[in-house]
Design a protein around this ligand. Structure first.
Ligand code: HEM
Length: 109
């Protein structure tokens, strides 16, 4: 609505602000939220947003991810991130890994 400085950042009237909702999934409580832990109790998160604009496709997205992982792991159970890869994460309304080169052994018969 008007020019303002917020946290050292100059915002101009009319600027578009994208709130990086994924950051809401990393509370600074001492937990390592980046660690993969399949036994972590179910926690509230903002991956699909919240409130009246909660993601309409959340159920479909969850099903797609589950089916993708089932199919992938049944075919390629052992894989790794290619050596030397520098992961670049882009954070906007959702967090995106731009490029994820994977390697796995070729099956020999
Ligand atoms: C992992 C996949 C997905 C993620 C992380 C995701 C994330 C989000 C987030 C954070 C929002 C809220 C945006 C806001 O607050 O303004 C949103 C809204 C929405 N999403 Fe998704 N989404 C995913 C997949 C999908 C799919 C598969 C569909 C449809 C087939 C979908 C349809 C929508 C729609 C229509 C809205 C707008 C809801 C509204 O404004 O009332 N999303 N999504």
């Amino acid at each position: 609505m008007r020019d303002v400085e917020l946290g050292g950042v100059a915002l101009k009237r009319g600027d578009l602000v994208v709130v990086p909702t994924p950051l809401g999934n990393f509370p600074q409580d001492g937990e390592d939220w980046l660690a993969v832990d399949f036994h972590r109790p179910r926690i509230a998160h903002a991956t699909f947003g919240a409130g009246p604009h909660f993601c309409l496709g959340a159920m479909l997205a969850r099903a797609e991810i589950r089916i993708f992982l089932e199919e992938w792991l049944s075919r390629i159970p052992h894989f790794a991130i290619a050596e030397g890869t520098v992961l670049k994460v882009q954070v906007g309304a959702a967090a995106i890994i731009r490029r994820l080169p994977l390697v796995w052994p070729i099956a020999t018969q």
